[in-house]
Design a protein around this ligand. Structure first.
Ligand SMILES: C[S@@+](CC[C@H](N)C(=O)[O-])C[C@H]1O[C@@H](n2cnc3c(N)ncnc32)[C@H](O)[C@@H]1O
Length: 255
């Protein structure tokens, strides 16, 4: 949970920037697909204000319960949530469709984008943010970091996730005849106070059951209890800084 909170903090500013540049303004009706616990919905709700509305859709009931609690707590009553597959119709037409870290999970991102775009009025906004997992690196190179990131990538690859969805956004939009504007953001940290050691270890911990089940690594190899401290120690000797995965935002207007 700490990892997810950190992730939300790291990416909030870039997310807001993309939504604003994409053209979200007060009063709009926005659909946030694969909204999870509502971080993107909440950013959108702050922009559209009380005269607008945000509908977050997700297949996970547990995530939506958390999302609903969070918007209530934040007084963002213009945001509401609905359980379902993002492909299912409903809730009428929107001024904008948005999503973050969702297209990578879909079998055919371009096809899903095509059906989502149809739910937006002509001249409305389409904005997505995805990451490029292969851009995560230590500089200078660091074996323990590369190994852990390698396990993470391998789990996603074996599960059919598009690990460089950020870079694929352009072609995804282009396949619908849309030319998106693109912008990237990459967080970089170094030094003893950096969050990266815990963030890496927590990410590995959360994927560990799948890593073991898929035969990517054994519990002994991973040694997750020592991963943060060993990476930190190695970086204190080697003087590394760490590049988190690059995030790419892409946005366009509907024809
Ligand atoms: C990595 S999370 C991203 C959550 C949120 N967009 C964010 O950026 O914090 C992906 C979310 O997409 C949801 N999801 C995946 N496939 C979906 C589908 N076909 N329909 C609806 N939700 C889906 C998952 O339940 C999960 O909550």
């Amino acid at each position: 949970m700490v990892r997810l909170q950190k992730q939300a903090e790291f990416y909030a500013e870039f997310t807001r920037t993309v939504l604003l540049k994409a053209g979200l303004v007060p009063g709009m009706r926005v659909l946030d697909v694969g909204c999870g616990v509502g971080d993107v919905s909440m950013e959108a709700a702050r922009i559209v204000g009380p005269s607008g509305a945000v509908v977050g859709v997700d297949q996970s009931e547990a995530a939506l319960v958390t999302a609903a609690e969070r918007v209530l707590h934040a007084g963002l009553t213009q945001a509401s949530f609905s359980r379902g597959d993002l492909a299912s119709d409903g809730h009428g037409q929107f001024d904008a469709v948005i999503g973050r870290f969702i297209l990578l999970h879909l079998n055919d991102p371009a096809d899903s984008l095509r059906s989502l775009v149809k739910r937006v009025r002509s001249g409305g906004c389409v904005a997505f943010i995805e990451m490029d997992l292969t851009s995560a690196e230590a500089c200078p190179q660091l074996d323990i970091f590369d190994k852990a990131v390698g396990w993470i990538r391998e789990v996603y690859i074996r599960e059919g996730v598009e690990i460089d969805m950020g870079s694929r956004l352009f072609s995804c939009f282009a396949s619908l005849g849309m030319k998106p504007t693109l912008e990237a953001f990459q967080r970089i940290e170094g030094g003893a106070e950096a969050h990266v050691y815990e963030y890496l270890a927590e990410t590995v911990r959360s994927l560990m059951p799948r890593m073991i089940a898929l035969g990517v690594a054994s519990e002994g190899d991973i040694d997750v209890g020592q991963l943060a401290s060993r990476t930190k120690h190695a970086a204190q000797i080697g003087g590394q800084c760490f590049f988190y995965p690059r995030m790419v935002g892409a946005w366009a207007r509907t024809p």
